[in-house]
Design a protein. Structure first.
Length: 249
C-alpha cells in the first residue's frame, strides 16, 4: 500500500509548534503532504495561538516546494447535521444546504485563496461531509479532486476524482497493492502521536509518498455498488466510534 498524508485545519492561528515538528519530520523523509487550508476560519475550536503574520506567504513557499494545498471548506463552521454521501460524521458545513448556498460558499473560498495567490483543484470537506449538490457545485467551480472516500485506489465519481483516506491506520502497512491517505489534525496531536508517525516513517519509508504522486495515480471508474459499499462502511465506522466512546466513559 502506498500512503500519502493530508493535514487538516490549516489556519494562521493553528498549533504552530506541532505543525513545525511534523514539517521537520516530513522534510527529513522528503514527504510533501496535502494541506487543508481554511479560507476564512470561523470555527473557534481551531484558534490555538496568535496568528502568524506571514501565513499566506509561507503557504506559497510550501506550495513551491511541492506541498499540495487544498481548499478546506470556507469557514469550517458546521451548520447542518447531515452526513451526506460519506457519513463519517453527522455534521457538515455543506451537506443539506441548497445548491446555490454551497456554490456561493465555495466561490467565496476560492476568491479569498486567489487573492492570497493560491490556486487549487483539490477540495477537502470539513468533517468529511458532502452531498450530491456539493459535488455538482465543486465541478461548477472547476475543482477536479476530492480528498475523501474509501477505496484502494483513486476513483472517479460524478465527474470528480476521489483520493481515498484510510479506514484503519493499521491496514495501511500491509503488502496489499493500492493507495490511501492518513489524515492528521496537528492542532490536537500529542507528542506520542507525532512519535508514532516518526516510527512509521522510519520503519516503512518505502510505503510513504508525497500527495502529488497520489494525485497523479490512475483513477478507476466506480459505480453504484461501490458507492453504496462506501456509504455503509462510513456509517458503520461512525457507529463503532460512537459505541467505543460510550464504553470508554
Amino acid at each position: 500500500m502506498r500512503i500519502a498524508l493530508r493535514m487538516d485545519d490549516i489556519t494562521a492561528d493553528m498549533n504552530w509548534e506541532n505543525f513545525l515538528l511534523l514539517k521537520e519530520l516530513f522534510d527529513r523523509y522528503g514527504i510533501r503532504p496535502a494541506l487543508g487550508v481554511v479560507p476564512a476560519c470561523g470555527d473557534e475550536k481551531l484558534h490555538c495561538q496568535e496568528p502568524r503574520e506571514d501565513f499566506w506567504e509561507y503557504l506559497g513557499r510550501l506550495q513551491k516546494e511541492g506541498w499540495v494545498l487544498a481548499q478546506h471548506g470556507f469557514d469550517h463552521r458546521y451548520i447542518s447535521q447531515r452526513g451526506g454521501l460519506f457519513p463519517l460524521n453527522r455534521l457538515s458545513e455543506y451537506a443539506g444546504l441548497s445548491f446555490q448556498e454551497q456554490l456561493d460558499k465555495l466561490r467565496e473560498g476560492q476568491r479569498i485563496l486567489r487573492e492570497k495567490g493560491i490556486e487549487t483543484e483539490l477540495f477537502m470537506a470539513p468533517a468529511h461531509s458532502y452531498d450530491r449538490k456539493t459535488l455538482r457545485a465543486l465541478k461548477e467551480c472547476g475543482f477536479r479532486y476530492v480528498t475523501d472516500g474509501f477505496g484502494k485506489a483513486p476513483y472517479r465519481r460524478e465527474g470528480l476524482v476521489f483520493l481515498p483516506i484510510a479506514e484503519k491506520k493499521s491496514a495501511c502497512f500491509t503488502e496489499r497493492e493500492g493507495y490511501t491517505t492518513l489524515v492528521l489534525h496537528a492542532n490536537g496531536m500529542s507528542r506520542q502521536e507525532i512519535g508514532w508517525y516518526e516510527r512509521m516513517l522510519e520503519e516503512h519509508r518505502d510505503k510513504f509518498i508525497s500527495y502529488q504522486e497520489l494525485m497523479e495515480a490512475p483513477a478507476v471508474d466506480r459505480g453504484a455498488v461501490g458507492n453504496l459499499g462506501e456509504y455503509l462502511r462510513a456509517s458503520g465506522k461512525r457507529i463503532l466510534v460512537k459505541l467505543m466512546g460510550m464504553c470508554g466513559r
